[in-house]
Design a protein around this ligand. Structure first.
Ligand SMILES: NC(=O)c1ccc[n+]([C@@H]2O[C@H](COP(=O)([O-])OP(=O)(O)OC[C@H]3O[C@@H](n4cnc5c(N)ncnc54)[C@H](OP(=O)(O)O)[C@@H]3O)[C@@H](O)[C@H]2O)c1
Length: 166
């Protein structure tokens, strides 16, 4: 099974502020939706709280240590291993790790693909960050630059990095 991570980062590697995204970039939300639609997605409980509802058209697997956590429309698991096992048993060819920072941190050694949107801004007051990635170990297989417009207030760049399956 291919394990993909998908994230949007600022120039100083920020991904979140006060349990929310630090920016509003509709083009990236559309890219995220198109890329993950139909797949199983794995997310931390705080990221789920931030989104507030299961993302439609995807199997939402929420990781938490809480015994009592329940939200209709989600699969709740107690560990990353349990989340990945669920996807293997469901015969998934590819799964998406969608954050937040704790989940990226703990899964980074497992990723085969990394969809990273670089946003041309610095978030001084960010509260969560993406782990430092050694990109020399990755191959850039696709890149697309976009300039800011009416709806998207920053320049942004889509990237897809890949590294061989073990
Ligand atoms: N820019 C982006 O692309 C992007 C993407 C995703 C998220 N974000 C941002 O990231 C922030 C949230 O990230 P975060 O790091 O605070 O939280 P998170 O990673 O979303 O969730 C952390 C929670 O996941 C559970 N958890 C983590 N590791 C676990 C493990 N090994 N076993 C069982 N449960 C585990 C725990 O839940 P319990 O406390 O319930 O036990 C923990 O509190 C938000 O600001 C969000 O907007 C940004």
């Amino acid at each position: 099974m291919i394990i993909s991570a998908i994230v949007a980062v600022s120039k100083n590697n920020a991904i979140g502020k006060d349990n929310d995204l630090p920016w509003h970039l509709p083009a990236d939300l559309t890219f995220f939706k198109t890329t993950t639609k139909g797949y199983h997605i794995i997310l931390g409980r705080k990221n789920f709280d931030s989104i507030g509802k299961p993302l439609p058209g995807r199997t939402n697997i929420v990781i938490t240590r809480q015994d009592s956590f329940y939200h209709s429309g989600t699969v709740v698991v107690k560990s990353i291993t349990e989340a990945l096992d669920f996807c293997v048993k469901a015969n998934q060819k590819e799964v998406f790790i969608i954050g937040g920072s704790m989940i990226y941190e703990q899964t980074q050694n497992l990723w085969n693909k990394l969809y990273i949107t670089r946003i041309d801004t610095v978030v001084e007051d960010a509260t969560v960050f993406f782990p430092e990635i050694d990109f020399s170990k990755w191959k850039l297989s696709w890149q697309e630059d976009h300039l800011m417009d009416e709806k998207n207030k920053y320049n942004y760049q889509f990237n897809l990095y890949e590294r061989p399956l073990k």
